[in-house]
Design a protein around this ligand. Structure first.
Ligand SMILES: Cc1cc2nc3c(=O)[nH]c(=O)nc-3n(C[C@H](O)[C@H](O)[C@H](O)COP(=O)(O)O)c2cc1C
Length: 387
């Protein structure tokens, strides 16, 4: 592709270059995928409000997330198996984020380990924690994140049990892929991916393999999740994790005002309004639709961030205008990574920053921190809470 102008162009390239199994892993939601689709279509229903004859010079997208300065309030979300989308993918994404001046969040289910990413990057990153039944593993991984100088713990609350994604079961998703005939035929057309993957030793779940005991098949995310994720996670356990960690804490996966109130009372540094990109509770309301109600409930007590469905700078502007102070992209950066490695992640961030900047200007705003409800036009039913 000669000229890449938008996130969708990166997705087209990504689809061509990455094995089908990993494309499907990212580009899917649970069950009927209705929430996965609505996360994006609800963004499209919101309109930016056009203003004219306002001085547009000297614009800034700079802001802060949990006290950390960012060149724009868009962090990279934790994405499991990022190192299967491109060899050493977590390191490439972390380096791109650092150079761009936005936070990178490493998933528990990453291919590159916490130590790998810490050794290859110059700036502290955030670590996302899935809570496991194995207490020794849990304590050890929190300690590893602390030793790696991670500057925030992002505790994911919406995946105590895995929402089923049909494609992953049909494809036999694993890391590394098992060499069945369909996989080999698919890989034959993705030789660049295969060559890079052969050159790295990082092809397994780096935070798990060699660290967790009694894991049946460490290559299978689905099997491992079913065995190891703690279905008994509750607010008491969250409090114990907060005490063990002792640093900045972000609670991810809140999509309900009641849960947001509990999280605010609990004293987190931020919450992420998220439905896991439509990968968990199929039919859940899109996070952009839930955002205004949650901001009204807790926005004066805790930083409210948002993910799920962001594919452009326009989407970022909409989330910020509805009261989020930070946003995250998942798939949007994965498309870039699979398409062009580190340069593709930088490209994705660059596209989003330019779109945000120009949309802001056309809305008559110069500073991203001044965006508000006055910058949007909403359809009549948008602010009516579901009940
Ligand atoms: C392929 C994939 C893997 C993911 N893995 C994780 C994970 O390991 N931990 C986590 O907290 N969230 C995970 N998520 C959810 C993202 O952090 C984020 O909530 C979601 O991608 C946001 O939606 P978006 O992709 O539409 O931007 C994953 C999402 C995708 C697409």
């Amino acid at each position: 592709m000669a000229v890449i102008t938008c996130i969708d162009d990166l997705k087209t390239l990504y689809r061509r270059r990455v094995p089908r199994m990993f494309y499907d892993y990212a580009e899917s939601g649970s069950y009927t995928e209705s929430t996965f689709r609505e996360n994006c279509s609800d963004f499209a229903r919101i309109r930016p409000r056009q203003r004219v004859a306002v001085d547009m010079s000297g614009r800034s997208t700079a802001s802060a997330m949990i006290g950390q300065n960012v060149t724009m309030p868009v962090a990279l979300a934790p994405v499991g198996m990022t190192g299967m989308q491109s060899a050493d993918g977590e390191i490439k994404a972390a380096q791109a984020a650092h150079k761009f001046g936005v936070p990178f969040t490493l998933s528990t289910m990453s291919i590159c380990s916490i130590e790998d990413v810490a050794a290859a990057t110059q700036a502290p990153f955030w670590f996302q924690l899935y809570v496991m039944r194995d207490q020794d593993f849990l304590e050890a991984i929190i300690e590893r994140a602390r030793r790696a100088n991670c500057s925030a713990l992002v505790l994911t609350l919406d995946l105590q049990i895995l929402g089923q994604r049909h494609k992953d079961l049909k494809n036999g998703l694993s890391a590394p892929p098992k060499m069945t005939l369909p996989v080999m035929l698919d890989l034959a057309t993705r030789w660049r991916w295969g060559l890079e993957m052969l050159r790295t030793k990082r092809r397994f779940f780096g935070n798990i393999v060699g660290h967790a005991k009694g894991v049946g098949d460490p290559s299978s995310l689905i099997e491992w999740t079913a065995q190891q994720f703690d279905p008994q996670l509750d607010w008491d356990k969250i409090a114990r994790i907060r005490d063990l960690w002792g640093g900045k804490l972000i609670l991810k996966g809140i999509n309900d005002a009641e849960d947001a109130r509990i999280a605010a009372d609990f004293g987190a540094d931020a919450i992420i309004v998220s439905n896991h990109g439509g990968r968990q509770l199929d039919g859940a309301v899109s996070s952009i639709r839930m955002l205004p109600e949650i901001v009204a409930a807790v926005g004066d007590r805790v930083e409210v961030h948002l993910d799920s469905g962001i594919r452009s700078g326009q989407d970022v502007l909409k989330a910020l205008s509805l009261g989020a102070t930070g946003t995250y992209i998942g798939r949007a950066f994965i498309y870039g990574l699979g398409a062009m490695g580190e340069a593709g992640v930088t490209k994705a961030l660059d596209i989003i920053r330019k779109e945000l900047d120009i949309t802001m200007a056309l809305c008559g705003e110069r500073d991203v921190r001044n965006l508000g409800r006055h910058n949007l036009l909403l359809p009549p039913d948008f602010l009516t809470p579901w009940c």
